[in-house]
Design a protein around this ligand. Structure first.
Ligand code: DSN
Length: 391
């Protein structure tokens, strides 16, 4: 690289990534092929429009790249192109959810989603997000002591509030989501069922988590978490008389965005192919086994694990424990000093602030990519315990 200043920073970050234990639940390590596509000349091309219908000339090859990505997305999740439509141009998860609502939900209608402090996402209708300002938020929390989703309570809220769309999905919920129950709830109030599978898409692809596709009207996923691709997102919508496919494409361009990032789209195509291999199935299963081992060991060491464990790659750990432990912010700083990277996180019913909450979120996607197994998780849990207890 000619720019030594930037080269030095990239090398330093590369070294940092290699030297830490990375338990950020939403991060992963991509393959060299994914990196090569990201750094390819595809970044030079403008391609407003869609394969076969572009505004600029010279898109013969770009069309093939984008179509390949779409075809691989359908194949990976076992979908037929007669039933599902894919838009591969979404730049990341938040703009993707925003595009979906903009396309399908009239402004001012209700969006029902899980509260951020219960494990939802800002774009599931949080009042500080534009999704909670342009649409009316109906936010639900977890069911009391069990710390899991209370589907009966959700049914009552949905019947009373009659949201136009219900979002199932999370950024900090460790358990499987019952998509069939969500479908029943959406049907009871005539809502669209949108699933945000950003966190667990790789687990779905690898057969380690239930697929939302048999029940959802639309599905969004980022591609850089458990799916182990570049930073990008995919939106899937059902193809039927409601015309969601046409509405979505029109909202993405010209409604919201301009030229798609075709280098990213090529990198997504590579990641989707990698995720279709038998090794990825083993990987996805190992991610869950590692998370379950980590959760079990931390619990054994006396820590409160939200919902008592995990069915996924993700663990929500109460480090505050009503003042007997340390706050989430202190926990994350102490762990970082010792080379373990986590993020602070609110826990259900958190009485502390979002900027210094009661817990931390852990995930095993990145460390599993690096080949770590159950025995490593036990060691990590023991090290975390010592650091957090100041031993
Ligand atoms: N920041 C992502 C996560 O960590 O889950 C969601 O946007």
């Amino acid at each position: 690289m000619k720019d030594k200043q930037v080269e030095k920073l990239i090398k330093a970050e590369d070294k940092r990534q290699k030297s830490v234990v990375n338990l950020i639940a939403s991060e992963n390590y991509v393959s060299r092929d994914v990196l090569a596509a990201l750094g390819s000349t595809l970044t030079n091309k403008y391609a407003e429009g869609y394969p076969g219908r572009r505004y600029y000339g010279g898109n013969e090859i770009i069309d093939k790249v984008e179509q390949l990505c779409i075809d691989r997305a359908l194949k990976l999740f076992k979908l037929k192109n007669t039933d599902w439509h894919v838009n591969a141009q979404l730049l990341s998860g938040s703009p993707a959810n925003f595009a979906l609502y903009s396309a399908l939900v009239p402004l001012g209608e209700k969006i029902m989603g899980m509260k951020l402090t219960s494990g939802g996402h800002l774009t599931h209708g949080h009042p500080l997000s534009m999704t909670g300002k342009l649409w009316k938020p109906v936010q639900f929390e977890l069911g009391g002591e069990s710390e899991v989703i209370d589907y009966d309570a959700l049914m009552e809220i949905a019947k009373k509030e009659k949201p136009a769309i219900i979002v199932a999905g999370f950024t900090a919920y460790p358990r499987t989501v019952d998509f069939k129950k969500f479908r029943e709830i959406a049907d009871a109030c005539g809502a669209i069922l949108h699933v945000d599978m950003s966190h667990f898409a790789g687990l779905v692809a690898g057969g380690a988590y239930p697929s939302p596709f048999p029940h959802a009207d639309s599905v969004m996923t980022t591609t850089h978490k458990s799916l182990r691709g570049p930073r990008q997102a995919l939106l899937f919508v059902k193809k039927d008389e409601r015309g969601f496919d046409k509405k979505l494409d029109k909202m993405v361009i010209p409604g919201l965005f301009g030229g798609p990032h075709e280098n990213n789209i090529a990198a997504v195509a590579i990641a989707l192919n990698e995720a279709s291999k038998p090794e990825f199935k083993k990987y996805a299963k190992q991610v869950v086994k590692n998370a379950q081992t980590l959760a079990k060991e931390l619990k054994k060491l006396g820590w409160h694990i939200i919902s008592g464990g995990t069915d996924s790659h993700l663990i929500l750990m109460d480090t505050w424990m009503d003042g007997a432990g340390v706050s989430g912010s202190d926990a994350s700083k102490k762990l970082e000093k010792a080379g373990i990277i986590v993020n602070m996180n609110t826990i259900p019913g958190d009485k502390r602030s979002v900027m210094d909450p009661s817990g931390i979120r852990l995930g095993t996607c990145a460390e599993t990519t690096r080949g770590r197994k159950e025995k490593d998780m036990i060691k990590i849990a023991q090290k975390m315990d010592k650091i957090l207890r100041g031993k």
